[in-house]
Write a protein that binds this ligand. Structure first.
Ligand code: ZN
Length: 150
């Protein structure tokens, strides 16, 4: 994968100049072709900004498609790869003493930066905002106190 950044000598303009395990532009190009074909749109240029603009504009429709999980997984892979290459991966911190409300494991973590205050490493659906995380911590603290002082 070509790195788009200050060190890049030129911008990436097509899918053929990619190297490495994740063909960044080819993945975007494939999803753009699917959107263009299924929606009967005029094909767009194979250029990063144009492809991102198309996918972003049709995101609400994409979310209603049966293949949205595949789309999300491939885009997530691109984000992870970019974060690894640019060393901008979110920092993960284990939230000690807090149990997941679904699997009851001590597997709650916080990513910095992240839109959520806490996530479970086991249960992908458990993502808590600051308010719900605080309620969970308070509830588990109350339960622990009752266990000690019934
Ligand atoms: Zn869990």
């Amino acid at each position: 994968m070509s790195l788009l950044g200050p060190a890049s000598r030129q911008s990436v303009t097509d899918a053929r100049d990619q190297v490495g395990s994740v063909p960044f532009l080819a993945v975007l190009e494939g999803w753009c072709e699917a959107v263009v074909y299924e929606r009967g749109l005029t094909p767009i240029r194979r250029e990063l900004t144009a492809m991102i603009r198309l996918l972003t504009a049709h995101l609400p429709w994409i979310c209603e498609q049966p293949w949205v999980a595949d789309f999300a997984e491939e885009i997530r892979d691109l984000v992870r790869t970019s974060q690894r290459i640019t060393m901008t991966e979110p920092r993960r911190e284990l939230l000690k003493g807090v149990m997941c409300p679904s699997c009851s494991m001590a597997s709650m973590v916080r990513y910095l930066p992240d839109d959520y205050a806490a996530r479970c490493m086991n249960c992908d659906s458990i993502r808590l905002d600051e308010h719900d995380y605080r309620l969970l911590v308070e509830s588990q603290a109350r339960d622990a106190q009752h266990a000690v002082n019934p």
